[in-house]
Ligand binder design. Structure first.
Ligand SMILES: *Cc1c(COP(=O)(O)O)cnc(C)c1O
Length: 466
């Protein structure tokens, strides 16, 4: 199996990046009942190669530039292998002290690497979505003095939560799950850089207070999903601090960049934050899932989630972290191990040089795109996500241009050579090119850029010949 994994990485560029499967292809190739007796392992692997592989989208391909990556690396894979061999369930300290204490330690390492103030303590969550839900639930319990946990949301002032129009969908999901209702999630407008406008936030809060609502929390993005824009952390933090509102920072993707000294300025105002999340499983070479969630006030977090059934009590409860009380799940995977393997194998400098290289390659690509008169950059490139479109007719916001770019994306992805995704910015169909895959090089990106131009020209000549 180890050889097979190594071989996969050697041959990864021979597979179409985005799976070329049609709906039902895999399902219809599998029997409708489980086998009544065991099947040889070789048979299983053969079916894996023949049935499953064609339906795999190759996230670890260096030609994967869609969404945000879900990077892995050899140290991470080996850590994950050991994790599954040990097969732990790390709900409390006693169920594996090493899991609890390694988690505590690697979270201290990460906090130091990205430069969080020293009051912040961390825990590993499955995803940023869960971390954001935990943060908002903690805000709810903090400001209701635990009353929602005990009595429910009845007879309370209506809570309001704020984020920008560019914020991730996980915030709306959290607001729905926690019983606040999505119409009480207020989307604050953004400026021309897609960053939240602080004065608009303040106006919305004042307006809500006047109407008798209870402003509960603000979620700022440090790297939005569409364009990796950054909300003004300090200004938002000051508003939250003045009005006694919970402040959560969602840095799911771009948080990893904060290990670079030249990116630390984005953290200005972090002292106002209550909670902060970023995903090593996106850009820190640590395979999915591994989300680093940091809180300033551990007690409030634990008060929100703690349970103490008799059968889970131990004699050391006052001296250790029982991570079942730090989030939603009781049972927890041993995720710290792969992260420890990654951090030690690369070292901080090794990780910094990979991240810096990605950002440099992206900057070079941005310049190449800018130098082509038929292409436009549609958002500032702060990190390594490039938002652009093909605009051979030099028109603004034209439906025709949107259609061309939709066609371009479809043709690029169906080629199997490259995988990009899209967003919409001010009504413009926008292609997103993310340079963040573990093994991506300048050469891959240059080849891919040339391929994009070639397909774009092909589409234009087809349109002109109609
Ligand atoms: C990717 C992303 C998320 C969601 O991450 P999950 O770990 O998949 O839940 C949340 N916020 C932002 C800004 C993201 O980019």
């Amino acid at each position: 199996m180890i050889d097979k994994i190594a071989e996969y990485f050697e041959n990864i560029e021979n597979f179409p990046v985005m799976s070329q499967a049609s709906p039902g292809d895999i399902f219809n190739n599998l029997p409708n009942t489980a086998p009544s007796s065991g099947v040889d392992f070789e048979e299983i692997i053969k079916d894996f190669d023949n049935i499953i592989m064609p339906g795999i989208t190759h996230w670890q391909s260096p030609n994967f530039h869609a969404y945000f990556p879900a990077n892995n690396s050899y140290p991470s894979i080996l850590g994950e292998l050991l994790t599954s061999a040990l097969g732990l369930q790390c709900m409390i300290w006693q169920t594996s002290p090493s899991a609890a204490e390694l988690e505590e330690k690697v979270m201290i390492w990460l906090a130091g690497m990205i430069g969080l103030p020293k009051e912040f303590v961390g825990t590993i969550q499955d995803t940023a979505s869960t971390a954001t839900l935990c943060s908002l639930l903690t805000a709810r319990e903090f400001y209701s003095h635990g009353e929602v946990n005990s009595d429910g949301l009845f007879n309370k002032k209506v809570y309001r939560i704020y984020c920008s129009t560019e914020a991730h969908s996980s915030i709306e999901k959290a607001v729905k799950i926690m019983g606040i209702g999505k119409k009480n999630l207020i989307k604050i407008p953004v400026d021309s850089n897609f960053s939240m406008i602080p004065s608009a936030l303040e106006d919305a809060i004042v307006n809500d207070l006047r109407k008798g609502y209870k402003p509960l929390a603000v979620v700022a993005a440090l790297g939005t999903t569409g364009t990796t824009s950054v909300d003004p952390i300090k200004e938002i933090g000051q508003i939250c601090s003045k009005r006694k509102i919970w402040f959560h920072i969602d840095a799911a993707f771009a948080g990893t960049a904060l290990i670079l000294p030249e990116m630390k300025h984005y953290l200005e105002g972090i002292e106002y934050a209550d909670t902060f999340v970023f995903n090593p499983h996106k850009w820190m070479m640590t395979n999915f899932d591994c989300s680093a969630y940091f809180v300033k006030d551990k007690e409030t977090l634990v008060k929100t989630f703690e349970i103490m059934p008799e059968y889970l009590k131990t004699q050391v409860d006052n001296h250790v972290n029982n991570y079942r009380d730090w989030g939603i799940q009781l049972g927890r995977r041993f995720r710290a191990l792969k992260l420890w393997f990654v951090l030690r194998s690369y070292g901080v400098e090794g990780l910094q040089s990979i991240i810096r290289n990605h950002i440099t390659i992206a900057k070079n690509l941005e310049n190449l795109i800018k130098s082509e008169k038929d292409f436009e950059i549609l958002a500032p490139v702060l990190f390594n996500t490039i938002c652009f479109r093909y605009n051979p007719y030099f028109e603004e916001n034209d439906e025709k241009i949107n259609k061309i770019n939709e066609l371009l994306l479809d043709r690029l992805n169906k080629s199997g050579k490259i995988y990009l995704s899209h967003t919409k910015l001010n009504g413009k169909y926008t292609l997103r090119f993310v340079v963040a895959q573990t093994n991506v090089t300048e050469k891959h990106v240059l080849n891919n850029w040339n391929f994009i131009k070639e397909i774009a020209k092909e589409i234009l000549s087809e349109l002109n010949s109609i």
